[in-house]
Design a binder for this molecule. Structure first.
Ligand SMILES: Cc1cc2nc3c(=O)[nH]c(=O)nc-3n(C[C@H](O)[C@H](O)[C@H](O)COP(=O)(O)OP(=O)(O)OC[C@H]3O[C@@H](n4cnc5c(N)ncnc54)[C@H](O)[C@@H]3O)c2cc1C
Ligand code: FES
Ligand code: FES
Length: 507
């Protein structure tokens, strides 16, 4: 049994399978088929809804922020104790925001919906509910700053939504008009949505029990350890944002379970600077990390901030965690090469509370294979806080700028002083069966004079070490070329940034 609220209405879900997605549940409700299924893999945004946790463990059980997500790859069970807003409910906010009726009403449009009509933002309309919800999600996040939102903000807000017939110009015009309409109609978009549901914070037992398998939702690490210990015989699978794992359900028709959701565990969700190290919790979402590494965040890092802006879409970043990115062991995941370049260390834990530290460079042991032992989970990943983050570069090659997986990703930490490469860290994704650190390339640079000789030697070692494959994203030759070009570019940037006008150096 589990409980959630959809458009302000409390629903008790008694008989469900933990392999059900939020989208399946929503669309099975009478009158709630506005939320669409396009791809069932998080790519098109047609299924976008807005949710908030009404009993967020990080906030001591208080209500968390409103975030957009892809309901097609969100487990229904993960949404227990959540408020869910669909495109039908959004119409009710338009009405309540104007003060006419604070209860849900479906006969008036939200300013975003009205602007989409006025600016001809829909043709076939299949994508439209998703665009509407992404733009409302952006309004909620921008909140009091909404009136200052720019075209770039709107482009980013809809970067996880695809439209095949309208054309984005009219959708962007609608976004701009809606932002002004909302900002002038009611100052705080969040207040309007909150009016849908005045439910007080709620505390619930950790386990949501389904008809077939269990979906455990521990709130803290003690409960997580207890759950892992109790489930030892059943080989539980950890799940966090589900943005990788759920594709096995929707694309490969696999039945998962039992599942342990680490995504709510308070101790695993933060990012902070502690004891001279930057420590990122295993269940920290990419939205949390984006705020942390942003120019206005606790630890600004231009390279990571830029990479995170291109990581999936806002919907994906709200759910996807760094621990999931690492543990999924994809050779094209964004974080592993970056963390290798930072000499990061993983903190792994088990049911008994035993901790094990492992260098990031030793974690991936084969294609989709990691050094994790049964029942062990990623508690955190950390790196030395003294590392100058300005020296980090992450060059991601994709077909599409946002919401695309890398064909090749090169991560570099190259420090130059007195005409010598003082530090050289080089790691790649997309060029072998695992993310790859390249000590042989680093050795050709570190301690050597900056110049063509060192760069050419490093490039030669790079080509020898890589074993890329040809697949739908890119050919073997393209990957090799891109790897070499990104290496040369990173070295050139580091050298010319450190010492302008360096003699004898060619990129
Ligand atoms: C549309 C779309 C766009 C994407 N874009 C990108 C992108 O730009 N760059 C990129 O790198 N990836 C991208 N991804 C992949 C995915 O979003 C990331 O890999 C994400 O970080 C996975 O995190 P998650 O919390 O969703 O993991 P989940 O799917 O919940 O889990 C993934 C795996 O990790 C395990 N796991 C999760 N947490 C832990 C833990 N703490 N300890 C041990 N095991 C754990 C699970 O058992 C599972 O095997 C994209 C995915 C989609 C669907
Ligand atoms: S249906 Fe395409 S993102 Fe969910
Ligand atoms: S209006 Fe047809 S896909 Fe967008």
């Amino acid at each position: 049994m589990m409980r959630l609220w959809i458009n302000g209405r409390e629903r008790h879900v008694v008989d469900f399978d933990p392999n059900d997605s939020l989208l399946e549940h929503i669309r099975a409700q009478p009158g709630l088929t506005g939320t669409k299924e396009g791809c069932a893999s998080g790519d098109c945004g047609a299924c976008t809804v807005i949710v908030r946790d009404l009993a967020d463990p990080v906030l001591g059980g208080g209500a968390g922020p409103f975030v957009s997500l892809n309901s097609c790859i969100t487990p229904l069970a993960a949404m227990a104790d959540h408020q869910v807003l669909t495109v039908e409910g959004a119409a009710g906010i338009g009405r309540s925001a104007a003060g006419a009726n604070r209860k849900l009403a479906l006969d008036s449009l939200h300013p975003v919906q009205a602007a989409m009509v006025a600016h001809h933002g829909a043709q076939c309309g299949f994508c439209t509910p998703g665009f509407v919800m992404s733009l409302i999600g952006h309004q909620l996040a921008a909140d009091a700053q909404l009136k200052d939102a720019t075209r770039d903000d709107f482009v980013r807000a809809i970067s996880g939504n695809l439209c095949r017939c309208t054309g984005y110009r009219s959708i962007l015009s609608a976004a701009a008009a809606a932002a002004q309409a909302t900002a002038s109609a009611y100052r705080r978009p969040r207040d309007a949505v909150a009016a849908l549901n005045d439910t007080p914070p709620i505390n619930r037992p950790a386990a949501v029990v389904g008809s077939a398998v269990q979906f455990h939702r521990p709130r803290d690490e003690a409960a997580l350890r207890q759950t892992v210990a109790g489930a030892a015989g059943d080989t539980p699978t950890f799940i966090a944002g589900a943005t990788d794992l759920w594709l096995e359900v929707t694309q490969q028709c696999r039945e998962l379970g039992p599942l342990i959701d680490v995504g709510r565990v308070a101790e695993l969700r933060g990012a902070q600077c502690v004891d001279g190290r930057i420590r990122l919790g295993g269940a920290a979402t990419h939205a949390t990390l984006e705020a942390f590494f942003d120019v206005a965040g606790e630890r600004p890092c231009p390279a990571i901030a830029a990479l995170l802006r291109r990581f999936g879409s806002p919907q994906i970043r709200h759910r996807a965690t760094i621990g999931g990115n690492i543990a999924n062991a994809s050779p094209v995941a964004d974080w592993p090469p970056v963390l290798m370049a930072l000499d990061a260390e993983l903190e792994l834990a088990n049911a008994q509370g035993e901790l094990r530290r492992l260098p990031m460079r030793s974690f991936h042991v084969g294609y989709k294979k990691t050094a994790l032992r049964p029942g062990e989970y990623i508690r955190a990943v950390s790196f030395d806080a003294a590392i100058p983050l300005d020296a980090l570069q992450a060059l991601k090659i994709t077909k599409r700028w946002e919401d695309d997986i890398a064909s090749v990703l090169g991560a570099f930490r190259i420090e130059v002083a007195d005409g010598v490469f003082k530090v050289a860290r080089v790691a790649f994704g997309g060029v072998a069966a695992t993310p790859l650190a390249l000590p042989q390339v680093e050795a050709e640079l570190e301690g050597h004079l900056v110049g063509s000789a060192a760069v050419d030697a490093a490039a030669a070692r790079l080509r020898e070490a890589l074993e890329p494959i040809t697949d739908v994203r890119a050919s073997r030759e393209y990957r090799l070329d891109m790897a070499e070009r990104t290496l040369r570019k990173a070295i050139h940037r580091a050298a010319s940034g450190a010492e302008q006008g360096l003699e004898g150096f060619t990129a």
